[in-house]
Write a protein that binds this ligand. Structure first.
Ligand SMILES: *Cc1c(COP(=O)(O)O)cnc(C)c1O
Length: 356
């Protein structure tokens, strides 16, 4: 029997999340963000369930080629643009849309002879200071791009650093609206947080990622608990051993947990080499046969240990949910000092993925 850990991907939930997001944005076109192997869910497992999207956005040429190989003929946006001149051959052949954020890329575009016309996304740095041209440069760059004969359309793109806060988009939106770009230039601004919480950012195209997968853009589940969005990935395993501890017995590496009374604990086939964070604190919630209990002792590479005091009927082979439909990944992530995004994308390759 294979080791009993697996990640279950609920395709009904991703479809329903997509419909909920369509309902929030009123008529804008949507890039479904599937970077990082669809946030750990597997591009191959999910893209067909999102195939009424207006396009897929990602970073890696290999992921773009995978979509093409599997039959997606619609739009694909490269969020970080191209990394070297020779990427343009692949972009041209596979009709990819891409971000332009640096001067060297404009020079490369001027010197490349495209067989097909291309759509580009001009990235403006609206205050995050990662990628993009400054607001002062934008007019000039836009003119340069418009003079390149192979360029079909230029869309203005920017990214928010603080869209999960109330005031977080005010300054960047002022910067963007002061650009005075021509009327016919479309805007693509909103990530998940902006889409949910800042209607004025929706404009022509939106770019949701994390909410497609049913986790929170703020890292706090409570912020999306009333949206109807549902977790798509559930990480599941089983109890593979039971230990009956006497008062004072230690558990796991370092022995930093000690039983304060006689106590039963369960050993779960899941460790940090599966993507479960070693930084997870004592008491991080875990479901055993649907009953909420908590982590005891240190997470090791292949196992972790849970208190079974609140689940007296638990036994070997009892079902364990580490995160998922009944235990939001953000709740587990917070107890490990991080956010759902990081846990989902850190799912280890050795974990089998089952699509239901
Ligand atoms: C990842 C990413 C997104 C999606 O972000 P979410 O917070 O997951 O919605 C949108 N735009 C860009 C440029 C990104 O890198």
């Amino acid at each position: 029997m294979p080791r009993p850990i697996y990640a279950e991907i609920n395709t009904a939930n991703i479809k329903s999340n997509f419909e909920i997001i369509r309902g929030v944005n009123s008529g804008q076109k949507m890039w479904s963000v599937v970077k990082a192997n669809a946030y750990g869910h597997g591009i191959s497992n999910i893209w067909r369930h999102l195939n009424s999207t207006d396009g897929f956005a990602l970073l890696d040429l290999n992921e773009a080629l995978l979509l093409r190989k599997e039959g997606w003929t619609g739009k694909i946006l490269l969020l970080e643009g191209f990394f070297e001149h020779t990427d343009l051959e692949i972009i041209d052949e596979h009709q990819l849309t891409f971000a332009v954020h640096s001067d060297w890329q404009i020079d490369a575009l001027r010197n490349y002879h495209f067989a097909n016309k291309v759509d580009v996304y001009l990235k403006v740095n609206s205050g995050m200071n990662r990628l993009g041209f400054t607001p002062f440069e934008i007019g000039n760059v836009l003119n340069k791009l418009r003079r390149i004969p192979y360029i079909n359309s230029v869309t203005l793109m920017s990214h928010f650093a603080n869209a999960d806060t109330r005031e977080g988009v005010i300054e960047p939106m002022m910067t963007i609206d002061n650009l005075h770009t021509p009327e016919n230039v479309e805007h693509c601004l909103a990530n998940s947080a902006a889409l949910l919480w800042h209607r004025d950012t929706h404009r022509n195209w939106v770019r949701p990622g994390i909410i497609l997968y049913g986790a929170s853009p703020s890292g706090n589940w409570a912020d999306i608990a009333d949206t109807g969005l549902k977790p798509v990935m559930s990480l599941k395993s089983k109890i593979i051993a039971i230990q009956h501890l006497k008062k004072g017995d230690a558990v796991g590496y370092g022995g930093n947990f000690r039983a304060t009374n006689n106590q039963t604990i369960g050993v779960v086939a899941c460790g940090y080499a599966d993507g479960y964070f070693r930084t997870s604190r004592e008491g991080t919630p875990v479901l055993v046969d649907g009953v909420r209990t908590g982590l005891v002792g240190r997470v090791s590479m292949d196992m972790l240990t849970v208190d079974l005091t609140s689940c007296p009927s638990a036994c070997i082979n009892s079902d364990v949910e580490l995160w998922g439909e009944h235990l939001p990944v953000d709740v587990v992530a917070n107890a490990a000092g991080t956010i759902g995004y990081e846990l989902l994308t850190a799912l280890a390759p050795r974990v089998t993925v089952r699509v239901i």
